[in-house]
Ligand binder design. Structure first.
Ligand SMILES: [Fe+2]
Length: 389
C-alpha cells in the first residue's frame, strides 16, 4: 500500500491566475482589463449564455472598449470555430480576450489567444508546450462551476477533419484572471449543477490519487472536496443561494489548480472515452464512474482516500487508513445520491458495444498514465464500465 509522499519528492507547482471573487464582481471586468494593459476586448460566449442575460451587463460595462461579441460556439468547440473566432477578434483590433461561459467557450478563447498572438490557424500547433512567450491576456468569467479551465493550461478542441480532439497544453497560455461571480451560476438547473459539480469533485479526488500528487495539490484538492461536500447539495436544492454558489465556484477553481498540476487518472480516461463513443456529458460520466474507480484504486491510494474521508467527516475514531478509505468511497456514493446525480450509464442510452469500445480507447487516453494503479488490459477498464452500466 502506498503511504504518503516519496522520500525523494520533487515537483513544480504553477498557478499564476489572479482570482477576483464576489457577487456582482463581473462588473469589475473593465477595471481589471485595464490593469492587464487591455484596451479593446473581444467577448467570447455562446447563444445560450446571451439568452440567459449574462453577457449584456459585461458588454455594457466595457462600453467602447468592446471590440465585438463572438457567440457562434457549439457544445463542443472545434478547429473551425476557433479559427473563425480569432479572425473576428483580429478584425475588431482586440488586444485582450474575455470569455463568458463554460468549458467549450473557455477552450475556444484559449485557442484564440494563441492565434491572435502567434498568427496562423490551429492546425499549425501540433504538440504541447510549444509557446515561448506569454500570449494575449485572457480573462475568464465562468458560468458553470466545474471544469476549472479558468486556471489550467489545457484546452480540448475537436478536429473533425482529423477525427480526433486536439489537446493544447501551454503554460504560456493560462488565463491571467478569473472573475468568480456567483450571480453567473445562479440560473444553472439542478442536473447541470450536480454534474458540473461532480466534474470538480472528480478533479479533486483524482488529484489526490494521481501519481504526481504533492502537498500543495493535496491541500487544494482536500479543501475543494470539503466545500463541494457541504455546498453542492445546497446549490442543487436551492440554486438561488448565492453563498453556496460562490463556495462551489471557489471549490471548482481550486480543484482546477490541484488537477492542473497533479493531473487526473482513470476516471477521466474513461469519461473522455465514453464521451467520445456515446456522447455522455463529461460531468455525468465522471459522477457515475468516480466511486467505482476509487474502488479499483483502493489498494494503491488508501492513504489519499483516508484524507478524503477526513475531509468529508467519514473517518471515525479507530479506523485505519484502509477502513477510512472505504468509508470515503461510501461517502462519495451517498453524495451522488444526495445531489440526485444519475447512477448508471445505461440511463444515457449507452449500449454494451459502446462500453467495449470505450474500454479499449481508455487505455490510450493520456490521463491513464497518472493513475496510481497500473492498468494493463482493457478488460480491467471494461470491468469498471460493467459495474456502472
Ligand atoms: Fe473534468
Amino acid at each position: 500500500m502506498r503511504m504518503g509522499y516519496d522520500q525523494d519528492l520533487s515537483f513544480n507547482y504553477f498557478g499564476p491566475t489572479k482570482i477576483v471573487f464576489g457577487v456582482g464582481s463581473a462588473r469589475d471586468v473593465e477595471m481589471e482589463m485595464a490593469s492587464l494593459g487591455g484596451t479593446k476586448a473581444v467577448v467570447v460566449t455562446d447563444k445560450g449564455i446571451i439568452k440567459a442575460g449574462l453577457v449584456d451587463p459585461v458588454v455594457k460595462t466595457l462600453g467602447s472598449k468592446c471590440a465585438g461579441v463572438f457567440s457562434d460556439i457549439p457544445q463542443d468547440t472545434g478547429v473551425e470555430v476557433v479559427n473563425a473566432a480569432a479572425e473576428f477578434a483580429r478584425k475588431g483590433g482586440a488586444d485582450i480576450v474575455i470569455s463568458v461561459g463554460g468549458g467549450s467557450v473557455i477552450d475556444t478563447a484559449k485557442g484564440m489567444c494563441i492565434l491572435i498572438t502567434e498568427g496562423g490557424t490551429l492546425r499549425d500547433y501540433n504538440g504541447v508546450q510549444l509557446l515561448s512567450r506569454p500570449q494575449i491576456p485572457h480573462i475568464v468569467i465562468p458560468t458553470t462551476a466545474g471544469t476549472g479551465s479558468e486556471v489550467t493550461n489545457a484546452a480540448v478542441i475537436m478536429d473533425k477533419e482529423m477525427g480526433q480532439k486536439r489537446l493544447l497544453v501551454e503554460n504560456n497560455n493560462i488565463p491571467r484572471l478569473a472573475i468568480l461571480d456567483p450571480k453567473m451560476t445562479e440560473k444553472l438547473p439542478p442536473l447541470l449543477t450536480a454534474s458540473t459539480g461532480m466534474d470538480a469533485m472528480t478533479h479533486a479526488v483524482e488529484a489526490i490519487h494521481s501519481i504526481p500528487r504533492e502537498p500543495i495539490t493535496d491541500a487544494l484538492a482536500l479543501h475543494a472536496i470539503r466545500l463541494l461536500y457541504r455546498y453542492l447539495p445546497v446549490c442543487v436544492q436551492d440554486g438561488s443561494n448565492l453563498h453556496a454558489r460562490g463556495q462551489v465556484q471557489i471549490a471548482a477553481t481550486i480543484a482546477g489548480w490541484a488537477f492542473g498540476n497533479a493531473m487526473v487518472g482513470i476516471v477521466h480516461a474513461m469519461a473522455h472515452s465514453i464521451g467520445a463513443v456515446a456522447h455522455v456529458p463529461h460531468g455525468i460520466a465522471n459522477g457515475i464512474l468516480l466511486a467505482e474507480c476509487m474502488e479499483f484504486n483502493l489498494e494503491d491510494s488508501a492513504d489519499g482516500y483516508a484524507m478524503v474521508a477526513e475531509a468529508i467527516g467519514m473517518r471515525e475514531k479507530g479506523m485505519d487508513d484502509m477502513d477510512a478509505a472505504k468509508a470515503a468511497i461510501r461517502g462519495i456514493r451517498e453524495f451522488t445520491r444526495k445531489i440526485a446525480h444519475p447512477q448508471k450509464l445505461s440511463e444515457f442510452s449507452v449500449k454494451l458495444a459502446d462500453i467495449e469500445k470505450a474500454a479499449d480507447m481508455s487505455l490510450s487516453d493520456g490521463s491513464i498514465v497518472n493513475n496510481p494503479r497500473l492498468v494493463m488490459d482493457a478488460s480491467e477498464v471494461l470491468g469498471i464500465f460493467q459495474k456502472t452500466f
